[in-house]
Design a binder for this molecule. Structure first.
Ligand code: NAD
Length: 487
């Protein structure tokens, strides 16, 4: 413990940067606030461009040795990090809930185990990347997956440690070094991860964490000439700024952005399943990029679907995310709540009807909301709200369903509920989306490609696709002759 240490829900958290294997204080700080009760959790380092540059320098200095470390040894250390995550799972879960307001039970049972799994999966997967050899006219082609160099990873607040480690694990497994910039609304678990990684034996400078506002240090990271990859998860406007900042050095980017995904319910669907999947979209208070926020229902079953949905949504418990019985926690920040409220008010002014919710409960909670009578070209149908707000529209037939589903600038995900396998195949083939779920939602294998089309992102991560991004692939062609064979 130092004079800087914060105690958050009984857990000691160092709020300083982690650069080159050392804690580094910043001249300035910002106040980190819990969305649960608005209480200040403490002062966190408010990074400067010079501190961001120091983190990149540390990552650059650590790169040659880490890149030269055998893959199996890197994998061993990543498994040791996963062990550390599992050992401190309870602490990580309560700190994350206190910091970002998502459900404690989800953090315990789903999110933090997935954080550990991120390390185990990418450690093991890195060992399957073959150094492939093939032959051309007697010449040998040898393909190698070389690490790219220092990577800047920038993450949002809605699933902080899960999204950070989904990037950190493959980047490190590939032999790169990392500078992580967590979101300023949920900075704490990244700091705990730095401790865990150091205890697991990750060499100094291989993982660095810089805290602070993206608007103040983002540019120093993304325009840095020594940065070889930038992986960003967040909003479209920020992605545009990052792309512009990375352009002078042509730094390769992976962008995982927002969505306005549809949930299509056909008349041949199991209606209870459809209602369950629709209500699930309120998870994490709707602050989920993949959320299917546009419910599209076939006209003939729309009334019955709505009746069942209203009953089920009405039974949801909104409250303290630390309570086992809670289904929906608070919104991350009063500013986000204001934004959500603005979207709903403008939609209602434009003619929408709130059949569920439609109002804020107080300054922290927005009531789960379902809006009907919304126009396809309206703001509420076209723009990401990132709150517990769903719209419901009806369609007459499959063609209209596909037309409505595909008619936004996003393409992250789509969910279909249907009892007809051929219809599922037909509709899936016609949709633009990185992930399509049929009669299910949110199930994902880390081997699969993940990402979005159009304004939902650039590139894919997951399995081999992550290594494709985090590696410089090299083909070495060797002639059959020309060796000095001295026996
Ligand atoms: P945001 O874009 O405001 O911030 C994301 C991160 O970018 C933060 O760490 C922030 O500090 C940083 N940042 C801000 N300005 C920057 C700049 N100029 N340069 C570099 N970094 C900068 O997004 P948010 O509000 O934190 O997150 C919500 C968004 O994230 C939603 O649009 C959501 O859909 C999206 N999201 C996408 C996925 C996905 O996998 N596709 C997952 C989760 C969230």
């Amino acid at each position: 413990m130092t004079e800087h240490t914060l105690t958050v829900a009984g857990v000691a958290v160092d709020p300083r940067h982690w650069i080159g294997g050392e804690r580094v204080a910043s001249a300035g700080t910002f106040t980190d606030v819990s969305p649960i009760d608005g209480r200040a959790l403490g002062e966190v380092a408010r990074g400067t461009p010079a501190e961001a540059a120091a983190a990149v320098a540390a990552a650059k200095a650590a790169f040659p040795a880490w890149a030269a470390t055998p893959r199996a040894e890197r994998a061993r250390i990543l498994h040791a990090i996963a062990d550390g995550v599992e050992k401190r799972l309870e602490e990580l879960a309560i700190v994350e809930t206190t910091d970002n307001g998502a459900l404690l039970r989800s953090h315990r049972r789903g999110v933090m185990p997935r954080v550990a799994h991120n390390f185990r999966f990418f450690a093991d997967w890195s060992l399957t990347l073959d150094h492939e050899d093939f032959e051309t006219r007697g010449h040998t082609n040898h393909v190698s997956w070389d690490p790219a160099g220092p990577c800047v990873l920038i993450t949002p607040w809605n699933a902080p440690l899960m999204l950070a480690t989904w990037k950190i694990a493959p980047a490190l497994a590939a032999g790169n070094t990392v500078v992580l910039k967590p979101a300023e609304w949920s900075p704490l678990t990244a700091s705990l991860l730095a401790d865990i990684a150091a205890e697991a034996g990750l060499p100094a400078g291989v993982l660095n964490v810089v805290q602070g506002y993206g608007s103040e240090i983002g540019d120093a990271l993304t325009s840095h000439p020594d940065v070889r990859r930038i992986s960003f998860t967040g909003s479209v406007p920020t992605a545009r700024r990052i792309a512009a900042s990375a352009a002078p050095h042509l730094t390769p980017l992976s962008l995982e952005l927002g969505g306005k995904s549809p949930l299509l319910v056909f008349a041949d669907a199991d209606l209870d399943l459809a209602v369950d999947l629709a209500v699930e979209q309120y998870d994490n208070a709707g602050q989920v990029c993949l959320a299917a926020t546009r419910i599209l229902v076939e006209e003939t079953v729309a009334e019955e679907f709505t009746r069942r949905f209203v009953a089920k949504a009405g039974a949801l418990v909104q409250g303290d995310p630390r309570e086992e019985a809670t289904d929906i926690g608070p919104t991350i920040h009063p500013r986000q709540l204001e934004k959500i409220d603005g979207f709903v008010r403008r939609a209602v002014e434009a003619g929408a009807r709130a059949v569920v919710g439609g109002h804020r409960r107080d300054e922290r909670f927005y009531a789960p909301t379902l809006l009907t009578e919304v126009a396809q070209d309206s703001e509420i149908v076209q723009e990401e709200v990132f709150g517990p707000v769903l719209t419901l529209q009806t369609f007459a037939d499959e063609d209209e369903a596909v037309r409505l589903a595909d008619d936004t600038r996003f393409g992250l995900a789509a969910t279909l509920v249907t009892g007809d396998r051929e219809r599922a195949d037909r509709v899936t083939g016609r949709l633009t989306a990185g992930t399509v779920w049929v009669n299910c939602f949110f199930v994902r294998d880390l081997k699969a490609p993940f990402g979005g089309s159009r304004h939902s992102g650039v590139g894919r991560e997951g399995g081999t696709w992550s290594f494709d991004f985090y590696c410089d692939l090299k083909n070495t062609v060797t002639a059959p002759k020309g060796w000095n064979d001295h026996g």
